[in-house]
Design a protein around this ligand. Sequence first.
Ligand code: AMP
Ligand code: MG
Length: 363
Amino acid sequence: MSPVPVHRPPLPVLAKVSWPDAAGPPPAATAAALAAAAERLASGQLVAIPTETVYGLAANALDPDAVALIFRAKGRPATNPLIVHVADVAMAKRFASDWPEAAERATATFWPGPLTLVVNKTAAVPDSVTAGGATVAVRCPSLLLTRKLIEVADCPLAAPSANRSEAVSPTTAQHVLEGLGNRVGMILDAGPCEHGLESTVLDCTVTPPRILRPGPISANQLSEALGCDVVTPTPPAKETSAGAGQGTASVARSPGQRLRHYAPRTPLEVTSDAPAVVKALLAAGQQVGWLARHPANASVRELAASAGLLVVPMPESPAAYGKGLYATLHALDQRGLDRLVADPVPDDADWAAVRDRLQRAAS
Ligand code: AMP
Ligand code: MG
């Protein structure tokens, strides 16, 4: 008997890209990959792209049908708006009905870079991109390859993180492949992301400007560059039964900031009592991963050799911790452990982004 043919959609094209010399042309293979990616984007398809924050799932932001594919591939609620990636400030201004002083100052200091600005939108931006709202989030990535792709494609790119909704964001092309598989046709692989955490989101439509999502650019850096205070977000509260996440005031201003987000498949608990929690889990026969901030402490060393325990020493600086966090969660998920336990990170401004992601990952 002949075997029954099984229809499997093809895996995505994976193209390695690099642009080592910003002043010169890219390697020929990169130029070809960018052209192929641009062609896909122009014809309404999705491409997974590297940025300095996390990998993005990109579509032509001005094509509502292409944008709809993003929501479908991610399983993303239509109420969660997308960030529009642009090649420069001039391109951003094409989609903003006004450009506040705060946006002018913020872009002068931090663009290109991991800072997203919320401004009032023009009619050019499809409603699906902004979840029906009157504002649009714009960002100019510092990764040269991303900006070059936007230039070659000749359109702004709507690009949320290239993962299924609520899952841990990808910081390598391999993460994208594992998370989305054939839901995307092409992945551009530029290696691990520089920051490893999503951009800071700053709402410039209010005075004083307000941080909607903490990220690599801190509140202190922003207030210094803007010459004014910026309002910082309250820590994520417990999910309400309505599932909205944050306090009511911030829901309207920050659509899409669900509490459960960036979550590994393995349940994660952040606790200042990690040694006792780990000990109890091991005693109950559980396989445990411990994201340890002080691996040299006696309480950690005492347990480190226990059967069923994997201690993962976490970096000491917020930048290094942020860069490695998602890769660590992806790697631990692959091990099929029962539980993850993390030491809390410091309660200061420099750790705001890491603290936010850890809390959401643990909810
Ligand atoms: P990501 O899911 O990482 O692409 O991040 C997109 C996030 O940016 C959304 O979840 C919102 O929190 C925020 N965002 C995007 N557009 C807007 C907007 N128009 N107003 C407020 N926040 C926005
Ligand atoms: Mg995301």
